[in-house]
Design a binder for this molecule. Structure first.
Ligand SMILES: Nc1nc2c(c(=O)[nH]1)N[C@H]1C(S)=C(S)[C@@H](COP(=O)(O)OP(=O)(O)OC[C@H]3O[C@@H](n4cnc5c(=O)[nH]c(N)nc54)[C@H](O)[C@@H]3O)O[C@H]1N2
Ligand SMILES: Nc1nc2c(c(=O)[nH]1)N[C@H]1C(S)=C(S)[C@@H](COP(=O)(O)OP(=O)(O)OC[C@H]3O[C@@H](n4cnc5c(=O)[nH]c(N)nc54)[C@H](O)[C@@H]3O)O[C@H]1N2
Ligand SMILES: [Mo]
Length: 756
């Protein structure tokens, strides 16, 4: 299905309007909403939402409303730069041409490969910004190293959720059905409006994560869907929900098992689905007996009667869908939480049905090339991937190094020394893609040669870059955006270049250019449109220009694929798992040394697991709930957005704040046994009195760039409070959202300096 439209229009005043689909940079998850960018001369003069886009229908987020301020920002880096190794940490850069940059980079890569093996080179990349499609191929096929690293402890973003889905369902990422596949959306007769939507550890209105445009929740509420929110904070959405389960952070798997206890014991489950399409129901039934609502209430702080009420609602609402968020991943017990949630969706009969939860077919849209780039590496090299042998559950699903093992390797030089770093979309000494960024900071100093690819100078680039390669924004490049990275995608849209500022290159341009110099056989493409044509034609039957004219491709969705033999490689009915069923009891988890069934485990630091530490650090700390004004560490230099959210923030309940002598607007020091951070107090009754919430991603572009300040990166670095390697048995999850800390009032931001 497709819309058809002009993608480039000349206006009477000489300006040109280009329709495009937004991605990154500046940051966004691959929602790919429709935009119209108007350019006059060399300036972006107008940004509008595209009302014809099937999903976003003209809506925009505030970050892209300020796109022109970002594109034309005076501190953007617009040419490649180099710096002497002895000047790392100093603002002593020299502008160079791309040719000069390649003349330095290419011989270095060749030298490291020859002298120390390709595995001595590591590529770092961040979240699902556009670069995420390209930094794996950059590592595997342009450079030729097996070591590509997403450095967040326990791969705690989508890694756990996607892997659990692969192992338990054998299908692509589950999303609530919001009629995204249909041109006429909610009115399409194939769709059924869900009676109940459960938003669990997610706030999609702010985060628009990975292809889900949060506004759909409002659309569906307006059309009668009721909602439950499971969140320690009462959010804006929460105040509009039927129920808010204000749980203790990190206890979600107990809550899930409590819901299952009620649904199974009261025989409210879908007997037909359970009998025909699930494996291990009897074992699950036995397991949930360990989680009666009264006990779960004690663990989670959610009242017993509310647990029972919500469980009954989930089982009897037809259809019901559950949307699970980052709180699943940033939890060492998150694999079990995800398993419990998938089990809830399965036993209530809401998997792959209209208005329930959609799941993707085995092959990802545009996924083939990404997998094929691995063929550039020998088996011997592939086996050298850091942490692959130790963590099979993680390394089977994720083609990366194990993040925590990578930090250990940098520190110890074992099993081999890492010598060259390539920071592709990664500013992770800020409180973003790392637990204990202070440890990473010291460990990364051992790298001998580093390339950084970014839009702005960042604390990470200032600390480590030897070569800086400037990246073009999505307004300045041709590309595609595919929701959910092609696994259960609702749209695939074109990114159309509207202008180009400075001498920048997109990630795919860099991959192709470097690839042609290093491994030309892997990069047989004339240019970027030719590259996309070769990806699109076999799957969509259109070339890149065809996609531009379409505006957005919407794949068809087929419900109940398990009945039709559309999920398994052999074409048989069932699910693409070892048993062919939804594995309520997981054969793979068991094979990898974890429990086959979901279970609750206390967070590593909590009133129960570490009571002595808790008496010293008596607040539960959850971090990183999204703000609309920033994408992780991005946008701190955009004045309009900083005006809305000027400072890092800690939310405290009024009773908690009063007991600590903290007033709204005071600077507060949060600290625990691992680190410290300064944040401004936001006193609000919407947070549980025993919990505080801190924002992440903070640095200060206006502060001193050079070491030791590095743009004040250590002053509000909440991730220094989160320990390394407190991960689950399968290697996933970290306690980003369930640590402990104490809080005290500061006279001012400058009255206390934090050093690492
Ligand atoms: N405390 C706490 N910490 C968290 C979280 C939390 O909830 N709490 N959430 C975590 C999660 S889920 C994630 S995914 C990580 C995210 O962490 P990261 O994705 O690593 O985020 P950043 O550190 O902002 O680094 C991204 C850098 O890439 C640049 N960039 C943006 N787009 C592009 C692009 O298309 N190409 C290139 N080459 N560069 C680009 C940006 O300018 C920025 O400097 O943060 C994690 N950190
Ligand atoms: N504007 C903006 N959008 C973004 C990003 C961004 O940086 N800025 N980052 C993107 C990325 S990489 C990701 S992964 C997504 C994440 O987006 P989401 O999945 O929506 O996750 P968060 O915003 O981290 O948290 C959602 C909610 O979880 C609650 N929560 C905290 N701890 C717990 C817990 O233990 N249990 C439960 N049940 N709830 C808890 C928080 O209070 C918060 O309201 O957002 C993406 N979208
Ligand atoms: Mo993320």
């Amino acid at each position: 299905m497709a819309m058809s439209k002009e993608w480039k229009t000349e206006n009477e005043d000489g300006s040109v309007t280009v329709r495009t689909c937004a991605w990154s940079p500046p940051g966004d998850h691959p929602v790919g909403y429709g935009m119209k960018l108007t350019v006059k001369g060399d300036k972006l003069i107008k940004v509008e939402g595209d009302e014809e886009h099937p999903i976003s229908q003209g809506r925009l987020c505030v970050r892209n409303l300020t796109l022109a301020d970002y594109v034309h920002h005076p501190s953007r880096i617009l040419t490649p730069m180099k710096r002497k190794p002895e000047d790392r940490g100093k603002d002593k850069w020299t502008k160079i041409s791309w040719d000069e940059a390649w003349d330095i980079i290419v011989p270095k890569i060749k030298e490291y490969k020859e002298k120390h093996g390709a595995e001595s080179i590591i590529v770092f990349g961040g979240t699902g910004r556009q670069a995420c499609l390209y930094y794996y191929p950059l590592g595997f096929a342009s450079i030729g190293t097996p070591n590509v690293c997403y450095p967040l402890s326990g791969w705690s973003c989508y890694g756990p959720r996607c892997s659990i889905t692969d192992y338990v369902l054998g299908a692509g990422y589950p999303e609530i059905d919001y009629a995204g596949f249909y041109e006429d959306r909610y009115d399409d007769p194939r769709f059924t409006m869900p009676e109940l939507i459960v938003e669990w550890g997610k706030m999609a209105l702010y985060s628009n994560p990975d292809g889900f445009f949060g506004h759909a929740l409002i659309d569906m509420m307006k059309r009668g869907a009721k909602m439950i929110h499971i969140d320690p904070r009462i959010t804006w959405l929460g105040t509009r929900c039927e129920e808010v389960c204000q749980l203790r952070p990190g206890t979600d798997s107990a809550l899930g098992l409590g819901f299952l206890n009620v649904i199974i014991n009261e025989e409210l489950y879908d007997k037909d689905f359970v009998e025909n399409w699930t494996y291990g129901f009897d074992e699950l039934k036995e397991r949930v007996q360990e989680y009666p609502p009264s006990k779960v209430a004690d663990i989670t702080w959610v009242p017993e009667d509310q647990i029972i009420r919500c469980a009954r609602m989930m089982a009897t609402a037809k259809p019901c869908s559950i949307q699970w968020g980052l709180a699943t991943d940033e939890n060492p017990n998150g694999v079990q939480m995800g398993h419990a949630i998938l089990s809830l969706m399965a036993v209530t009969g809401n998997l792959d049905v209209p208005g329930g939860v959609t799941i993707g077919p085995p092959a990802a849209l545009l996924g083939k090339w990404r997998v094929e780039t691995r063929s550039n590496l020998s088996d011997e090299l592939w086996e050298k991937r850091i942490g692959a042998a130790e963590w099979p559950a993680l390394s089977t699903a994720m083609a990366t190094t194990h993040p925590d093992e990578t930090l250990d390797t940098l520190e110890s030089g074992k099993p081999y020394k890492l010598r060259m770093g390539w920071f592709n979309s990664s500013n992770f000494i800020t409180p973003t893609c790392s637990a204990q960024p202070d440890r990473w900071y010291h460990a990364l100093k051992s790298l001998e040669f580093n390339v950084v690819q970014d839009v702005f100078m960042t604390p990470t680039a200032m600390a480590f870059g030897d070569i800086f390669l400037p990246v073009s924004t999505f307004a300045e490049q041709d590309g595609v955006v595919v929701t959910h990275f092609g696994r259960n995608a609702v749209t695939l849209g074109p990114i159309n270049e509207a202008l180009r500022v400075g001498d920048t290159k997109s990630d795919i341009e860099v991959c192709i250019e470097l690839g042609k110099k290093m491994h030309p056989e892997m990069w047989d493409y004339d240019d970027v449109p030719d590259f996309f044509t070769k990806q699109l034609e076999p799957e969509l039957g259109v070339d890149f220009d065809g996609l531009r004219e379409m505006g957005a491709f919407q794949p068809d969705y087929i419900y109940k694929k398990y009945e039709k033999g559309l999920l398994r490689g052999d074409g048989e009915p069932g699910f693409n798992t070892v048993t062919g069923m939804v594995e309520l009891s997981s054969t793979l988890f068991e094979a990898w040394g974890d429990d086959a069934l979901p279970y609750f485990k206390e967070p590593p630091y909590s009133p129960v697991s570490t009571p002595e530490l808790f008496s010293e650090y008596p607040l539960i700390l959850t971090t990183g709930a999204r703000k609309v004004t920033s994408f992780h560490s991005e946008h701190r230099q955009i004045a309009v957005l900083r005006e809305i959210d000027p400072d890092p923030e800690v939310e405290l309940h009024p009773d908690t704040a009063a007991a600590l002598g903290i007033n709204h607007g005071d600077w507060v020091l949060l600290e625990n046994m691992f680190g410290k951070a300064k944040l401004r107090a936001k006193v609000t009754p919407t947070i549980h009195p025993k919990v505080v919430h801190a924002t992440h991603g903070w640095w200060f572009p206006e502060k001193d760039a050079e070491e030791p300040s590095l743009y004040g990166v250590w002053q509000s670095n909440i991730n220094t409070l989160v320990p390394h390697k407190h991960i689950g048995k399968l290697g996933f999850g970290c306690p980003m959202k369930q640590m402990i800390c104490k809080a005290s009032r500061l006279d001012s931001f400058d009255s206390y300096n934090i050093e690492v």
